[in-house]
Design a protein around this ligand. Structure first.
Ligand SMILES: [Zn+2]
Length: 409
């Protein structure tokens, strides 16, 4: 009686358990055991026609070794999975093959003490910021077991990801700065290589120099390189050179984000200059009363985002602070550039940008806008390529963060 209380043997509906706990068609649940707080699920594989790997003769079951794995906790209780394996032997007397054990990596990988789903769960937990010890405690196992699983599955995750990224036809090079903690003055620059079709990070290179970035490309498989049709970039001559030299067949596409932010910077420079000039006329009265200072943020917003009141306020403050209309014209140029990106038809868009550039080049334009026009002229074709390629270094998925953390571990 006492024995029975301590060890309750429960057999629940097989299909139900399979769906809920294993979810694999060719895996059978033999038993579901509960000893106190611990739950054990006993499973086996359903055998098909098993053949010898070397001579293809039929194979017989020689032994049924049971291997126990740590599985995901069920309703807060630790769970183990006992896998009643099949050790097979070839029937052909001439065959030199010894015996072998049937495996299934979907259940558990070789040399991993966690089941595959527990290992994936643990990898995700650590990826999301939990410590290895916390996860080990929850799984009721030791630190090394979890850490080993992380090494196995973390690298499997990265490999799977790399294989998927190998399918892309568009990549992007993007500069990222990492400010060292306690050393704001010296930031490090890195280049992020992205799959801009699937918005995933492919690689982070610890440099933004031509030589370092260009060196990375030839190391990639030629099948990967041949597939690349588009290369997205900011307006950096170094990245343009990387594409021209290392991936000459790829059409270069300047990121819309960088072009619009360049226009915003030109607009802001005009605003600051006119503001200084006006202050010179009136003497310094502080920022609060300065009409241009007060519209500095509104200017950088999209026109369509302004309420009627905000638009009216912008107009009246510009009348006050911008007597020559230099800020107003720069604002119109920036908005026209945004229209260019909203235009779907590549030919129309190209004509539109050409007209805008002629406008920018006019002597009547503020010098900052003439300079902006010059930069856009330099990159004209690569900017227009956006309308054909429709790829850009957009936001990458949250999965990247997970991968980065796993990489660090
Ligand atoms: Zn054989």
């Amino acid at each position: 009686m006492r024995q029975k209380l301590r060890s309750t043997f429960v057999l629940v509906n097989h299909t139900e358990i399979l769906e809920a706990l294993v979810g694999l068609k060719d895996v059978q649940v033999l038993a579901y055991e509960r000893r106190g707080p611990e739950v054990t699920l006993v499973i086996e594989q359903t055998l098909g026609d098993v053949r010898c790997p070397s001579c293809r003769a039929r194979a017989h079951v020689k032994e049924r070794p049971v291997v126990t794995y740590i599985d995901l906790p069920v309703y807060g209780s630790a769970m183990t999975l006992s896998w009643k394996k099949h050790r097979m032997r070839c029937v052909n007397p001439e065959c030199a093959t010894g015996s072998w054990v049937l495996d299934d990596h979907r259940i558990a990988a070789k040399s991993c003490l966690l089941t595959t789903r527990a290992a994936k769960w643990a990898t995700r937990q650590v990826g999301e910021g939990r410590t290895v010890s916390e996860v080990a405690k929850e799984l009721n196992c030791d630190w090394h077991t979890v850490n080993d699983a992380l090494l196995t599955y973390g690298s499997a995750l990265l490999d799977a990801d790399r294989r998927r990224l190998n399918q892309t036809s568009a990549i992007g090079l993007d500069e990222t700065s990492f400010v060292k903690p306690h050393d704001q003055a010296h930031s490090n620059y890195a280049t992020t290589v992205c799959d801009v079709e699937n918005h995933q990070i492919i690689e982070i290179l610890p440099s933004r120099n031509y030589v370092d970035v260009a060196k990375w490309v030839p190391d990639q498989p030629s099948s990967w390189k041949e597939r690349i049709e588009y290369g997205a970039l900011d307006m950096s001559p170094a990245y343009a050179a990387v594409y021209s030299v290392a991936l000459p067949q790829a059409a270069q596409v300047v990121d819309p984000f960088h072009v619009v932010s360049l226009a915003n910077r030109a607009l802001d420079a005009v605003r600051r200059r006119v503001q200084r000039e006006q202050l010179g006329h009136r003497g310094h009265r502080g920022h609060r009363d300065d009409p241009l200072y007060r519209v500095r943020r509104v200017l950088l917003m999209g026109e369509e985002k302004l309420s009627e009141n905000a638009a009216a306020r912008l107009r009246s403050l510009l009348e006050l602070g911008d007597p020559e209309g230099e800020v107003a014209i720069s604002y119109a140029i920036k908005e026209r550039l945004r229209d260019f990106y909203r235009t779907r038809d590549p030919d129309k868009a190209r004509t539109m940008l050409r007209e805008l550039l002629e406008h920018c080049a006019s002597r009547a334009m503020p010098p900052e806008i003439q300079k902006l026009g010059g930069t856009i002229e330099t990159w004209f074709d690569k900017i227009c390529n956006f309308h054909v390629a429709r790829v850009s270094n957009g936001p990458t998925e949250a999965l990247n963060n997970l991968i980065k953390r796993v990489k660090r571990v």
